[in-house]
Every structure is written in C-alpha cells, then in structure tokens.
Write a protein that binds this ligand. Structure first.
Ligand code: PLP
Length: 400
C-alpha cells in the first residue's frame, strides 16, 4: 500500500526541525552542543498568562468553542489592532488557528487553484513554499541576498507578477534575515500592487514586537491602507509572549476570506484549544512589560552576535533589525576542505561541518531558498552565544 500520496510526496519535512533533532541526538550522547537552529523564545510564558489558563480549566471552560474562536479572544484581537496600529477591524474579519502556521495553511487551502502563483521573496520562512506547493500553487521565488539588504524592490515585485499571480507573501521583521521593511519601502511595494488588482497580499507580522535596531516596525496595512481589502495580516502569540507550544495564531483580512478560513477550521481542528484561547486573550489584554523586557534582551543579544560574527573573517554579516536571527553569507568558505578531508561544497555541508566540528547547530541558507548562508537564532543565553561565536570562529579557521 502506498501510504504517502503524490501530493504529500511533493513536500519535505521542516529542515530547521531536522537540524534540531540532530543536535538533540548529539546531546543525548553526552556532547555539549549549542543549538542555534530553532526559532523560539527561550523565556517561560509570563505567569499571568499561565494563570489565565489555569483559571479557565478550574472554571470548566474546557469545551469546544466556535471555529472562529471565543468572543473574548476575538475582541482582544480587534482591540490589539486598534491599540497598537490604529487599524479598524471588526470581529467578522478575524480568524484564529492552531498557530500562525495553520492560518497560512488554511489561507492557501482556501484560495489557491492549481497553477496559481505566489510571489515569495527569498530568503523566506522555511514553510511558505511547501505549504503553497501542497495546495497546488507555484511559488515564484525572487532572490534577495545580503547585497539587497534581504528585501524585494518594487521593480522586482512588478517583474514577478503575472496574470496567474494570486498572492504576494512576505514577512517583516523577517525570519531568517532579521530585515524590516520601512514604511517607504512598503509604500513602494503597495504602489506596484495597486496596479495589479488580481493580487492579494499576505503580510506575516508575527515578529512585529521584536525590533532590535533603529528601523521601526510598520504593518503593511498601516503603510498601504488602500490595500486593506485585499490584505491578510498574519500574526500570533508564539514569539511575542513566548507561547510557541500553546499554538495560537490569528489573522485579519477581508470578511469573505475569513469566512472561508473559519469554514475550513470547522471541518478540520474545530477550534484551537479553549484553554489556549483564554491564555491568548490574557496575553493580548494584559500587561505588556514581558514583551518590553524580552525585546531589550533580544536587542542586546542581536548586538552581541552581529559584533561577534562580523569579526570572523570571511562572513558577510548584516546586523539584524528585528526578529532573533542572524543570516551571515559564507561564500568565502565554500569549496574549502575540512581537517578530516571532507570538501565543503555548499552551505548544507558547511552547517553540518559546524555541527560536527564546532558543536554549533545552525540551519543552512538552502532551507530558506538562498545560498550560501547560515541562519543563527539568537533566542538563547548570551553565554551560549559567546561560546557559539568562539567555536564557529575556531571551526571556520580550520578550513583550508
Ligand atoms: N511565520 C514565521 C515567519 C515564523 O518564523 C513562524 C515560526 O517560526 C511562524 C510564522 C509560525 O508561528 P506559529 O505557528 O507558532 O504561530
């Protein structure tokens, strides 16, 4: 019996998860590995959020909710858009899911016809292209390397759009590069999109609070309000509130689209966990001092890694503006030979060498659609980061 359909055979498992599994296996053998492969906050979920979940459980609020979520949560999401971005959404324009990842999944499942194209600037978050392919779409990848400050320009976006384009999908602040689009850059992209009314925009704003440099975060809809009726903003509580395991993402967009998303939800997971929904409402409505403290720490770590990795000869580093990733270009080391005689012919081999020789787990650029780069997550302690810098420098210096 063939247990994998041709559709599932077209995609791969998440590569960043695979590196982390390899790092964990080395640890299990007693090796000291610094794992910079996973993009999740190393902090605990703030106590008032945990308490809200406990309270919900104690009160017996443990039943199915409506597919589009608890009234309390949707109200909290509407209030959040108003308070933080001045955006007016009504409850019907909100959808929730088991993580932002499920919203992306639902949005492509709900909207793509076979052969529809989705313009995605690369480097992109690892799951975008597989989710598009799984739903019959064709990712139109536009490479934007360190030379382009990792951002797509209006000209390149215009050139990538065809009559088959259904979506433009982008992420700011960016995983894996830490780049943030300025309001002016977003307006320039918006001007192109205004000329192509058949293209919808998916703006993944999940790292909005995590700003480490001087460029402030701007929501796409704030920069381009005229495109609000064809933009889906994706967001979630995972990164801002250290809630990756709770699984709650949300989106705001045109009513016809959120209705389709909610219909899908009703026939798939029914709803995210009711307990998580109460916790997420507490996160959005409650004190935001955790976010401020965590972001100050990410900022210090971002400066530490930018300084440390820039000082390693042969790495081309752009300091992160947001999120918690550094994405150095490592072309200098491709083609070199390791002390054990292995040739490093691409960034996947370089990442595997760094894990083997330096005991530092990173994700190769190939996973994000551009080469040769490595992605380092700095959502770990400054002590770990200092060790990672030293070990990476030592391991790279051994390449000939
Ligand atoms: N979007 C981006 C850019 C991400 O980096 C992630 C997680 O790594 C997600 C979406 C998904 O987040 P979640 O499903 O935990 O809400």
């Amino acid at each position: 019996i063939a247990f994998e359909s041709t559709r599932v055979a077209t995609i791969k498992s998440s590569p960043s998860m695979a590196v982390s599994v390899a790092a964990k296996a080395m640890r299990a053998k007693g090796e000291h590995v610094v794992d910079l492969s996973l993009g999740e906050p190393d902090f605990d979920t703030p106590d008032h959020i945990v308490q809200a979940a406990i309270e919900a459980m104690r009160k017996g609020l443990t039943r199915y909710t409506a597919p589009d979520g608890l009234q309390e949560l949707r109200q909290a999401i509407v209030a959040k858009f108003k308070r933080e971005s001045g955006l007016d959404y009504v409850m019907d324009e909100i959808s929730i899911g088991n993580g932002a990842k499920q919203i992306l999944f639902n949005a492509f499942l709900a909207t793509l016809e076979p052969g529809d194209e989705v313009v995605v600037p690369a480097p992109y978050w690892v799951s975008y292209t597989d989710i598009v392919v799984l739903h019959g779409g064709i990712p139109k990848i536009v490479p934007c390397g360190v030379e382009d400050a990792f951002k797509i320009t209006a000209e390149r976006l215009d050139a990538a759009i065809t009559p088959k384009t259904r979506w433009f999908l982008f992420n700011s602040p960016s995983n894996p590069t830490g780049a943030i689009y300025t309001a002016d850059e977003l307006r320039a992209l918006g001007a192109v999109l205004a000329r192509h009314p058949h293209v919808a925009i998916m703006s993944d704003e999940i790292y909005e609070h995590i700003v480490c440099g001087d460029v402030p975060f701007t929501s796409f809809v704030v920069a381009c309000p005229e495109l609000k009726d064809r933009t889906l903003i994706i967001n979630g509580v995972s990164k801002a509130y250290a809630m990756t395991g709770w699984r709650l993402g949300y989106a705001a967009g045109p009513r016809e689209l959120t209705r389709a998303l909610n219909k899908l939800q009703s026939q798939s997971t029914t709803c995210p966990s009711s307990i998580t929904q109460f916790a997420a409402a507490a996160a959005l409505n409650g004190p935001q001092d955790f976010v401020t403290t965590a972001v100050a720490e990410y900022k210090a770590r971002g400066q530490l890694v930018a300084r440390g990795f820039s000082a390693i000869p042969g790495l081309d580093v752009r300091a992160p503006e947001g999120a918690f990733y550094l994405f150095p270009k490592c072309a200098h080391y491709i083609g070199k030979t390791a002390p054990d005689g292995a040739r490093i012919s691409n960034d996947t081999e370089l990442a595997s060498y760094l894990l083997r020789e330096g005991k530092v787990a990173t994700v190769p650029g190939a996973a994000f659609g551009v080469e040769p780069y490595i992605r380092l997550s700095f959502a770990t302690s400054r002590d770990n980061l200092a060790i990672a810098i030293e070990r990476t420098a030592d391991a790279l210096a051994k390449l000939r």
